[in-house]
Design a protein around this ligand. Structure first.
Ligand SMILES: [Zn+2]
Length: 78
């Protein structure tokens, strides 16, 4: 749930992702693929792609571009 009323003194600043993601928890993520939301099944296709990929892959909705993006968190190599 996002607030529709932002104070005028606080312009919307968007970084890599459009909304906070608990899976990413502020970490950068790498986009694997994306499905245009114009496809009514895009969210389902994106979820399946994320599940098939594994490694923490999950779906972000990207309002800019109207996409369901499949991303994996970028983690430091061991
Ligand atoms: Zn995420």
């Amino acid at each position: 749930m996002t607030s529709l009323k932002a104070p005028p003194s606080a312009p919307l600043v968007q970084t890599g992702t459009s909304s906070w993601c608990a899976d990413c928890d502020g970490r950068p993520s790498e986009r694997i693929t994306a499905f245009p939301a114009g496809n009514t099944r895009a969210d389902l296709l994106a979820e399946r792609a994320a599940a098939a990929h594994g490694h923490g892959a999950h779906v972000h909705f990207v309002p800019r571009g109207d996409l369901f993006a499949v991303v994996v968190p970028v983690v430091a190599a061991q």
